[in-house]
Ligand binder design. Sequence first.
Ligand SMILES: Cc1cc2nc3c(=O)[nH]c(=O)nc-3n(C[C@H](O)[C@H](O)[C@H](O)COP(=O)(O)OP(=O)(O)OC[C@H]3O[C@@H](n4cnc5c(N)ncnc54)[C@H](O)[C@@H]3O)c2cc1C
Length: 449
Amino acid sequence: MDYEVIIIGGGPAGIFAALTLADLGVKRVLLVEQGKDLPQRDHQNPEERLCGWGGAGAYSDGKLTISTEVGGVLTEFMEEKDLLQLLEVTDGIYADHGAPDRVFGEYTPQLEDLADRARLADLELIPDRIRHMGTDNCLSILGRFRESLAGRVDMATETTAQDLITEGGSIRGVKLSDGRTVSANFIVAAPGRSGARWMKEQADQLKLTTRATSVDIGVRVELPAPVLKEITDTTYESKLIYYSKTFDEKVRTFCMNPYGEVVTEENAGIITVNGHSYARKKSDNTNFAILVSSAFTEPFDDPIAYGRSVAQLANLLGGGVIVQRLGDLLAGRRSTAKRIARGLTRPTLPEATPGDLSFVFPYRHLLSIIEMLQALEKLAPGTCSRHTLLYGVEVKFYSNRIELSRDLETQVRNLFAIGDGAGITRGLLQASASGIIAARAIAGRITGN
Ligand SMILES: Cc1cc2nc3c(=O)[nH]c(=O)nc-3n(C[C@H](O)[C@H](O)[C@H](O)COP(=O)(O)OP(=O)(O)OC[C@H]3O[C@@H](n4cnc5c(N)ncnc54)[C@H](O)[C@@H]3O)c2cc1C
């Protein structure tokens, strides 16, 4: 065998698998990443935001959510208390590599008071313990991971894994885009959301059992930071859940960025919106997403195609991301550059096209979003201001779930699938933890422990 272990994907899941294998003394490990190496990545280029050494996490806001409930479904593979312990260990590794000491969201009387008032507004507040790295710190922390791996793990960047090769029900190797076919005893597939399509193709070829999950569709809301200051000072990131009046549909806030910026992101040719905040650089605004989750049964069961179609409509009408003032949306008219300029919320994504989101969203999504904003107004007056900006479309695609054992091994022996690409995680900490789970299992098999 050319290698003992090949890891496909240099995101948090792949990196933590590599770090764990190296720390457990496993030699001859290759990490393959289709995008550029960390120092060469250009975050201005939307195509490079999700791909490259460091994965989608590199330019992420770097919020490490220390929660078994958020960012993945690893509780399906281990006891909750064991997972919490593993997440603490994983978080500790980030801290050892330079993540700031402060953890937000620890219990306080203010938090309890906020949760009580949320209940009066028909909202459920789910506080999470969060360590915030900030997009600027993320890069230096990833740089330290890379230094720690240098010399212990071989790394091939700008190299795509094309086809997985099996023999007699076991993994044997992988064909790479540089023409090489490399053999290995173990393969860990960690291709992230950007590699979800590739993962699905491979799963189909290898006849692995998979199932579709859901898609979250919504808007990125931007408003002056003082409107949400009490919430963001108390919890840093509040997850608020609401069941919409008309459709009784679960709507939630996601990824709150105090003093942050709204950004675009490209996903296989579609421009969508996202947000982040820096640890040092501050804007005057806070942004967060309001997402509505949709799952389908039959005859249609392709949530990714559905989410892409909605986002495509915004791209068709606006050439990318559309921005609209809430006041314009409620008055049934489009936003124009002049109206946005007159608004009191200054957009941090000036290149978004002023337009009309009611041409983009299905009725149930738009109504659920408006109803949630109205509920939020009761908790944080000012949320429903006419000047509040809504950017669309924000979409969270989740990869197909691949059937996995407790070690995160697929039905092909010695082929492991981890992270967002396997459909089992949705955030940095659980993705990283999934890398540790698979690597520990592999190291155990190699050493016979
Ligand atoms: C803008 C943004 C902000 C975010 N903010 C947060 C946050 O604050 N907190 C949080 O917890 N999460 C956040 N996330 C989510 C988080 O980044 C992901 O959950 C996490 O990166 C998943 O890790 P992963 O290793 O599974 O996949 P990824 O990070 O997507 O990495 C997968 C890597 O595999 C590579 N790859 C794919 N296919 C192949 C192939 N065939 N061959 C070789 N390489 C391949 C890709 O290029 C990619 O680099 C954010 C995401 C985005 C996009």
